[in-house]
Design a protein around this ligand. Structure first.
Ligand SMILES: [Ca+2]
Ligand SMILES: [Ca+2]
Length: 282
């Protein structure tokens, strides 16, 4: 409704937004629970009537737009809260009511304390989605927020545009994460790292500047950051030579022994495999 300014969301726009948000949330699970909180009650309108004026036009609009409740919240100021049978785009309807001679003022029933906002801007067939995730102390507007911006084509092709954080207070506590971008480790806000091909290292891992000197940074190709001879833990783990496969005396064992060893390998993993096959104590 906000996108078109119409009282009710047209099917085409509504369906496209549903599709686009599904694609965005599938690409970024952090956004699965970020929904748009309207800044006004979507089924209500606040109307202040001119004292003692005829209300024919007001009553006609109430009937036409299917008001189910007309509640006077101030006799002195003649302020009514109208509740409609369905959600409507209140700013547009407020303008309609405001044209009546018996209406002094009409406006949406604004609410405080919204936290998440989704804003859409159309740029031809491309739509840009700004998704703001607010948190902490939101009763009068959130102290902290994270905002993702995406571009979506008419054909459902998603592009990440930007990520930003707001919250200069210590309690906002935005997390930084080591992140592998095109083979280089960078410290980034954790949510930004997870977007589109960026590989978060996980909690507690920082860029190490290739401390073991094997040419790759921790998590950015080197998953054994303290072992200069290994970059992958393989089966036996970092710091352990992977000799098990070469030591398996396959021709020397019976079929049943091979089956038992195979089952043990499946159940217990590498440690048993190395011990069984080579006699090593690990
Ligand atoms: Ca390294
Ligand atoms: Ca290494």
């Amino acid at each position: 409704m906000q996108l078109t300014g119409e009282l009710r969301a047209p099917d085409a726009e509504y369906n496209r937004i549903v599709r686009d948000l599904a694609i965005i949330r599938q690409a970024n699970s952090l956004l699965a629970t970020v929904i748009d909180d309207p800044s006004f009650v979507p089924s209500q309108l606040m109307v202040q009537l001119v004292p003692s004026a005829p209300t024919d036009g007001y009553q006609a609009l109430n009937q036409y737009y299917q008001v189910v409740s007309d509640h006077v919240i101030s006799q002195t100021l003649n302020i009514h809260v109208l509740t409609f049978c369905d959600n409507i785009y209140a700013p547009t309807l407020a303008t309609l009511y405001g044209t009546l001679p018996e209406v002094d003022n009409a406006e949406p029933n604004f609410v405080f304390g919204t936290d998440d906002q989704i804003t859409i801007v159309r740029n031809g067939s491309d739509w840009q989605y700004s998704i703001e995730d607010g948190f902490t102390d939101c009763f009068d507007g959130c102290d902290c927020s994270r905002t993702w911006v995406f571009n979506m084509t008419d054909f459902g092709q998603l592009t990440f545009v930007n990520y930003s954080e707001f919250g200069p207070w210590s309690w906002c506590a935005f997390e930084q994460s080591a992140c592998c971008i095109n083979g280089t480790c960078e410290m980034l806000p954790a949510p930004a790292c997870a977007i589109f091909g960026h590989t978060p290292f996980g909690a507690g891992i920082a860029c190490d500047g290739d401390s073991d000197g094997d040419g790759l940074e921790a998590g950015c190709g080197d998953f054994c950051p303290s072992d200069p001879n290994m970059t992958q833990p393989l089966l036996c783990g970092c710091g352990r030579t992977e000799t098990c496969d070469a030591a398996i005396p396959i021709p020397a064992v019976s079929t049943w022994t091979a089956i038992v060893l195979g089952i043990l390998l499946l159940i217990t993993g590498c440690a048993i495999k190395c011990r069984r096959m080579t006699g090593m104590t690990r």
